[in-house]
Design a protein around this ligand. Sequence first.
Ligand code: FAD
Length: 478
Amino acid sequence: MVPDPETGELEQQGVNALIVTPDMEGVEVFENNRAKTGIRGTWQARFRFNDVRVPAENVLHEEGKGLKVALSCLNYGRCTLSAGVTGAAKAARDQGIKWAQTRYQFERPLADFELVQQKIARMSAVTYAMDAMLYMMTGMLDRGETDIMVETAITKAFCSEFGWKVIDEAMQIMGGEGYMTEHELERSWRDNRIHSIVEGSNEVMQSFIFAYGGKQLAEKMVSIQEALLWDFDESIGDNLSRILTAATTPAVLKKALPMGAQLFLGLKPSAPELRSVHAALQEQADTLTSLIQKHSHYFKLVSKWEREDVVKHQAQQARVANNAICLFALASSLSKMDDQLRSGEYGPEFERDRAAVEYLFDWFERKIHQNFGEMRENADESMREAAEAARAHNDTLSSEDFYVHEGSPLGRDAGKEPPTEHIPQFDGDGQDPREVDRAPGETYELDVEDVAEEMAEPTERGNGASEEPSPASDPERS
Ligand SMILES: Cc1cc2nc3c(=O)[nH]c(=O)nc-3n(C[C@H](O)[C@H](O)[C@H](O)COP(=O)(O)OP(=O)(O)OC[C@H]3O[C@@H](n4cnc5c(N)ncnc54)[C@H](O)[C@@H]3O)c2cc1C
């Protein structure tokens, strides 16, 4: 809200991004550093804003352009998050495979057993795809492409889900030893769990990918339906005859007839062409274009079957979104392998990657077809009923025995008090941030040598907390 220069009345003029630092008057940090599952090298404080006055010079970018700032931050954040989990997954893959090759059971290395081989192949295929998607994505960013929200959402959803699964599979391969803290996989497992929750949770990403990714096609369908009064309850013949009499312009007819034929006669649009792919990848290229053609067709069919219910039927949205995610993974992997083939650098690493791509195509083609099948026939109805019955039963349980979100309309007091006594609390309630001698907007410069020294010093805390550096022991970080 900004005051109108003439009337003085507050007007909504877009969203503003503001820099607010903890030392500003009215910023109340009421919990400095919450204990959490992983990423313990970062801090999560809780704070309230009490009538905070933000100076005009603290507007980030331009007035009214805050949403743009937030969206570009998300684009970058989704890439850096994906890069982090890709690195962790590749390290877990290599560690997991090494373990499988060197740990013997029944007088054979674990890697000789097919269920372990399945994990190795999956880890190899998805880490290849993660790398490929990330390079595709960051290439788009480097080229300055702006409308990339669907692609960053896809990359984030894929890397966060499959990256964590790779780490989980490596832990499974390592068995009981994988669960032990000293082998480091345990920390990676905890640290990387967060990525499907933050930077837009994966469920929200699935809905976004469906809605925003399908926006243009949906708009085209709606515009034709409206222009030509297409009635989904009527037969093809009735619809087409009405179209033929109602349509007044050749341009509308040109668009509507092919769409009607696709929806009601099952005719698919032609597959896109993929030219100049390395000859060794022609089979995968053909698979990809055929899957893209079907994907576009199924988007229209789902819209026809679900009609306005598609807005609330998120399970259907997720099937379409998951197929879009798999297709982007395949397209990126094809592009990366094409590059590798042309570079001519062959050897065991190349062979691993080549086989990973072949498996990825085989595996994801089946996954995508399974989703197509479930778009038509699925267990969604009984799923909704089961959820409803479980919710009704839950209503009979007293909220006082469970945790309730503090923002719930019931209020936090409606639930039980979270116990904190036995949870290792991290340092951080040392210095009031308002006492730090720093101008608004001034950033803290990290003294790398100080931090390294601190990390070398043993801390007194037990319960696993001592393995993490203590950012709070530097008062300026408060
Ligand atoms: C360690 C950590 C660091 C963070 N760092 C930052 C940060 O730097 N900047 C920042 O802005 N935020 C940060 N966050 C907040 C983070 O972005 C949110 O936790 C995240 O967006 C999820 O929101 P929520 O926790 O309110 O969960 P909720 O919104 O309550 O969601 C809970 C569950 O419900 C699902 N859900 C919610 N809405 C829908 C829907 N419409 N359809 C289907 N499913 C739905 C979610 O997918 C999720 O599974 C951080 C959180 C943590 C834990």
